[in-house]
Design a protein around this ligand. Structure first.
Ligand SMILES: Cc1cc2nc3c(=O)[nH]c(=O)nc-3n(C[C@H](O)[C@H](O)[C@H](O)COP(=O)(O)OP(=O)(O)OC[C@H]3O[C@@H](n4cnc5c(N)ncnc54)[C@H](O)[C@@H]3O)c2cc1C
Length: 476
């Protein structure tokens, strides 16, 4: 029996992996992963850490099933060609991806397959609803979430999930690189312990995280998902999804099962799946508007007067030293753990693009490098959403007030004091606006503004006026 090469890229899992299952049904399987950084945007440093750990976990699972993971680096087509020659495989199976660099790779592979008489077969699995299948009645792509999601829900019927339980290996295993040779981990100073403390990459942990969340967190999802200091709050599945360690269909099925077992979970479960729908919506946008990472969806924003040149404000934002506690807490959570709560992502992003008038692409690039869940679709679509230039976007003139947002969503200061411990002794009344605290209260709390915690880097009133004027200039 001829073997099948199964190419893993953004589906680093064994469960609900139709490409792997189909290959296993045909005979021997050679699972491969090729690190080719020639296609599109290289992944950021936090993602490289995650990928290393995720590949470690995948390799262990595949070895347990009987067919070890083969690692290669360099040009994707050259690597596949070599492996086809080494194994005699007449076909390559893979999951169809919707991000531009994966699609570029797929297209090149397809062309090579046609020329070389090697079957290249793609399988679904990255999203719940393939973007090609969700279109308006006028046969146009959706650019507003709610009608998009209503159409998705009408099509929501997913077959049972299948998990491979054994794989037949090829008699003569092709050579594989050592995982360390991919050089995914930082050289020199190891800044990753905070990430390891916060997350355990890999399929097994993704499934455990989901099940624990369905048991303990889901029941308060709708009410508490906006409160960053609340635990468990949200599921923290985003990086597992980004690397395909868990499929969105698995989340869908298990959430539906939890709702069927406990009807009290219906409201929160639906809301949770709706948020998962935003991920599909982002991929839908990226598929139909491939320039999303570079260009605003609303062309008027091409001429937006963003601040030019190097900026000390950008550095203060990146380091969590803006003097606005909720913004600083978010940016420090990101730096320390590789992740940030969704509500706080919106606040820090709004602060960057509206209060500091810095281009959303600067923020997107920082997130791309530092988030473990940095996702080609969700990151760009969300930044454009906050900046007001994207699909179904928050209007530009709606400027998040970091003080009011902090007071509303982190009223007891649990989140802010965790990541900005300098403020721990400050009475709650001033936690989100330390500059308003009288001198004796600051002294009692051990806070010296401008010394051990910054004064606000912008005057919000002026910043707001400047932002609205900038917006008027493109409307005119
Ligand atoms: C400026 C900005 C940048 C962002 N960048 C990313 C990114 O690079 N990668 C990323 O996965 N998400 C991104 N998001 C969306 C969202 O913040 C994260 O998906 C969410 O915080 C992940 O936490 P969770 O897994 O606990 O989410 P939960 O609330 O538990 O939601 C479950 C899953 O649904 C999806 N999801 C939830 N909310 C959104 C959303 N608004 N948009 C898209 N998908 C969503 C995620 O896959 C998430 O894991 C960004 C949001 C903003 C405002």
């Amino acid at each position: 029996m001829s073997p099948t090469l199964v190419l893993f890229h953004t589906n680093l899992r064994v469960g609900d992996n139709p490409a792997l299952t189909a290959a296993a049904e045909l005979g021997p399987v050679v699972p491969i992963f090729v690190l080719d950084e020639g296609f599109g945007r290289p992944i950021g440093n936090a993602s490289r850490w995650w990928l290393h750990r995720s590949l470690q976990s995948l390799a262990k699972s595949l070895k347990g099933l009987g067919a070890p993971l083969i690692l290669r680096q360099g040009d994707l087509i050259d690597a596949v060609k070599e492996l086809v020659e080494e194994t005699g495989a007449p076909r390559v199976f893979l999951q169809h991806g919707y991000d531009p660099s994966v699609q570029k790779g797929e297209a090149a592979l397809h062309d090579w397959g046609v020329k070389s008489d090697v079957e290249i077969k793609r399988f679904a699995g990255q999203v719940l609803f393939p973007p090609e299948t969700i279109r308006t009645q006028q046969d146009k792509p959706y650019t507003v979430f709610s009608p998009f999601w209503r159409t998705c829900l009408k099509q929501a019927s997913f077959g049972p999930l299948v998990r491979c339980t054994a794989l037949v290996p090829v008699a003569k295993q092709p050579g594989s690189l050592d995982l360390d040779a991919l050089n995914l981990l930082p050289n020199g100073f190891d800044w990753t312990p905070g990430l390891s403390d916060a997350f355990t990459p890999g399929e097994a942990h993704a499934l455990e995280t989901l099940d624990a969340y369905l048991d303990d967190g889901l029941r308060s999802y709708k009410e508490m998902r906006d409160h960053p200091g609340h635990s468990p709050g949200t599921s923290k599945l985003s990086a597992h999804l980004r690397f395909g360690e868990i499929s969105p269909r698995t989340i869908w099925h298990r959430t539906q099962d939890a709702m069927a077992r406990n009807p009290d979970l219906a409201r929160d479960g639906e809301w949770f799946l709706r948020e998962l729908g935003w991920r599909d919506f982002s991929y839908n946008l990226l598929h139909h508007f491939p320039s999303l990472p570079e260009k605003p969806l609303r062309p008027a924003f091409d001429d937006f007067p963003w601040t030019e040149g190097p900026s000390t404000d950008l550095a203060a934002w990146q380091k969590g030293l803006t003097g606005f506690p909720i913004v600083d807490a978010g940016m420090r959570q990101l730096w320390q753990t590789g992740w940030m709560h969704n509500r706080v992502r919106m606040i820090v992003a709004s602060f960057l693009v509206k209060e500091l008038l810095i281009h959303w692409r600067e923020g997107e690039a920082w997130f791309w490098d530092t988030l473990v869940d940095a996702d080609p679709a969700s990151n760009t679509a969300s930044w454009q959403w906050v900046a007001g230039c994207g699909a179904d976007a928050a209007p530009y003139f709606r400027i998040f007030n970091p003080v009011l947002q902090g007071e509303k969503f982190d009223a007891d200061g649990a989140y802010v004091t965790r990541f900005v411990p300098e403020l721990a002794e400050l009475p709650k009344k001033y936690l989100h606006k330390p500059w308003e605290a009288p001198a004796d209260i600051l002294a009692e709390a051990g806070l010296r503004l401008g010394e051990n915690y910054p004064r606000p880097i912008v005057d919000r009133k002026q910043a707001r006026t400047r932002a609205l004027e900038a917006f008027q200039s493109i409307k005119a």
